[in-house]
Design a protein around this ligand. Structure first.
Ligand code: UD1
Length: 420
C-alpha cells in the first residue's frame, strides 16, 4: 500500500494549477444518464473516485471515452441496466446519485444502499423522500433501494428538512425529466450545484434559482448533449492555501476563484495570512510571523466547508492561542485529531467541538490517513513539522487530490510517494 514521506520545515514557493472539482465532476458525469446524446466534460480531475464512477456508469450502458487532455465524453444511448450493484456503490457514496436520473429516464432504479462510512452514518433518506414526492414508489429489499415510477416522475414541491448537497443534486437531475414543475426548498447552494445547474441548462433544462436555496425546475421532455468545463476545485484550492499558511512562503493557486472560498479566506486573513486575487488566481503567503488562532463552525455553503475542517485543524495546531473548531455537518469527522496529536498537536474533543491549543512546533511521526480530507491534513502538518513524517493508507488521498505530492514538490516541498 502506498505511503507518503515528507521531510518538513521547508517553505513553499511557486504556482499550483488547481484541478477540476471532484465534487462537481461526479454529478456532471451522472447527468449523462439523462440524455441519449453525448455529454463532453472538460477539466475532469484524474482521481480514483472518477474512475470508480466511470465503472458504475459503464455498467449502466454509458459509453465513456477520453476527450483531449483531461476530458471525458459520456454517451448513454441506451440504458443497459438500471441496477447499481453493492460492490461498486459501497466504495463511494456519490454513486447513489444515479438513482434519480435512472428512475426519471427509465421508470425504475435499483441502487444499493451506500452503507456506513468512516465519517458517520450518512443516510440517504432525503434522496428517497424527494423521489417519493416526485411520485416514485420506494421499497427496500436485500440492501437495495427499488424506486419505481412506470408512468414517469411528476413535478412536486420538496422541502428538505436540512441542507444536503447530494439530495439536491439527485432531485434537480430527476426533476429535469419529470412532468410539470418541481420546487426544491432549502436546497444546497454549493458552487458545485451551480455548475451542475449551468450544465443542465445548457442541455436544455429550465431551472431557476441557481445559487439560492430555492430551485424551480420545469420538466423538459428530453435533454440534449452538451460540452461543459468542470469548475475549479475550491477544496483543493483551500487546501493549498492552508499549505502555504502552515509551511510559510507564497503559493499562487492558478484558476482558483475567491468567490467560492469566501468563508475560509476570511478566516485565514483574520489569522494573519496574506491573500490577494489576481487575474490568474489567488496568491496566499506567510512570511515568517506566526498566525493567530481563529474559531470556525462548519456549515453548508456559503459557510466554512466541512471538507476544509481537517486542514484547518492542522493549521490551528501551530497557531498562537486556542482555536475552537465545531463540526456541524458530520458526526464523526475528527479522526485526524489523534493522528495530529501523535505529531505533537494539543487537541481536546468535546462533543462536536475540537479545542486546539496552538503549539510552537510539530514533530514528524508515522501517522495513518483515515479519510479523504483527514489524510491531506496530515500532509499539511508534515510540511511544517520537524523531521520526517510517513502518512500511511494514502489511497484515501488518491480519491480526492490529483498529483498532490507532485504539485507540492514542484513548489519546494520534500515529499515522495513510497510504493511497496
Ligand atoms: C457532499 C460532498 C462531500 C461534503 C458534503 C458536505 C460530494 C461528492 N461530496 O457529500 O465532500 O463533505 O457534501 O458538504 O459532493 N444526510 C442525511 N440524509 C440524506 C443525505 C444527507 O441525513 O439523505 C446527512 C449526511 O449524513 C450529513 C449531512 O446530511 O450529515 C450532509 O450531507 P450531504 O450534504 O448530503 O453530503 P454529500 O452529498 O454526501
Amino acid at each position: 500500500m502506498d505511503r507518503i514521506w515528507v521531510q518538513g520545515g521547508r517553505p513553499l514557493d511557486g504556482t499550483v494549477p488547481i484541478s477540476g472539482a471532484k465534487n462537481a465532476a461526479l454529478p456532471l458525469m451522472v447527468a449523462s444518464l439523462l440524455t441519449e446524446e453525448a455529454v463532453e466534460l472538460e477539466n475532469v480531475p484524474r482521481l480514483a473516485d472518477i474512475s470508480l464512477l466511470t465503472d458504475i456508469l459503464a455498467q449502466h450502458g454509458v459509453a465513456i471515452e477520453p476527450l483531449g487532455a483531461g476530458g471525458l465524453r459520456l454517451q448513454a444511448r441506451e440504458i443497459a441496466s438500471t441496477t447499481a450493484p453493492y460492490d461498486l456503490v459501497r466504495k463511494m457514496r456519490a454513486s447513489f446519485l444515479v438513482s434519480g436520473p435512472l428512475v426519471a429516464r427509465c421508470g425504475e432504479a435499483q441502487v444499493s444502499l451506500p452503507g456506513g462510512c468512516a465519517i458517520g452514518a450518512r443516510p440517504v433518506d432525503l434522496h428517497l423522500r424527494g423521489l417519493e414526492a416526485l411520485g416514485a414508489q420506494i421499497a427496500l429489499a436485500d440492501g437495495y433501494v427499488l424506486a419505481r415510477a412506470p408512468k414517469g416522475l411528476k413535478g412536486a414541491r420538496v422541502v428538505f428538512p436540512f441542507v444536503s448537497v447530494g439530495a439536491t443534486e439527485n432531485l434537480v437531475m430527476a426533476a429535469c425529466l419529470a412532468q410539470g414543475t418541481t420546487v426544491l426548498e432549502n436546497a444546497a447552494q454549493e458552487p458545485e450545484i451551480g455548475d451542475l445547474v449551468a450544465c443542465l441548462q445548457a442541455m436544455g433544462a429550465d431551472i431557476e434559482g441557481a445559487g439560492t436555496s430555492r430551485l424551480v425546475v420545469r420538466g423538459a421532455g428530453r435533454l440534449k448533449g452538451v460540452r461543459h468545463a468542470v469548475l475549479p476545485d475550491r477544496i483543493e484550492a483551500g487546501t493549498f492555501a492552508m499549505a502555504a499558511a502552515i509551511a510559510g512562503g507564497s503559493l499562487t493557486l492558478a484558476g482558483a476563484r475567491a468567490r467560492d472560498l469566501e468563508a475560509p479566506l476570511r478566516v485565514l486573513a483574520e489569522a494573519g495570512i496574506e491573500i490577494s486575487e489576481g487575474p490568474g488566481g489567488l496568491t496566499v503567503a506567510r512570511n515568517g510571523a506566526r498566525f493567530a488562532a481563529r474559531d470556525v463552525v462548519t456549515e453548508p455553503f456559503p459557510g466554512f466547508p466541512t471538507d476544509l475542517q481537517a486542514q484547518f485543524m492542522a493549521l490551528m495546531s501551530l497557531a498562537e492561542g486556542t482555536s475552537h473548531i465545531k463540526e456541524t455537518i458530520f458526526e464523526n469527522r475528527f479522526m485526524h485529531a489523534p493522528e495530529l496529536m501523535r505529531m505533537g498537536a494539543r487537541i481536546l474533543i468535546r462533543g462536536q467541538t475540537a479545542e486546539v491549543a496552538g503549539v510552537e512546533r510539530l514533530k514528524g511521526a508515522p501517522v495513518m490517513a483515515t479519510d479523504l480530507r483527514a489524510s491531506v491534513s496530515l500532509v499539511l502538518a508534515a510540511l511544517a513539522a520537524e523531521g520526517e513524517t510517513i502518512v500511511n493508507r494514502v489511497y484515501h488521498l488518491d480519491r480526492g487530490f490529483e498529483r498532490l505530492e507532485e504539485k507540492l514538490s514542484r513548489c519546494g516541498a520534500l515529499i515522495r510517494r513510497l510504493t511497496d
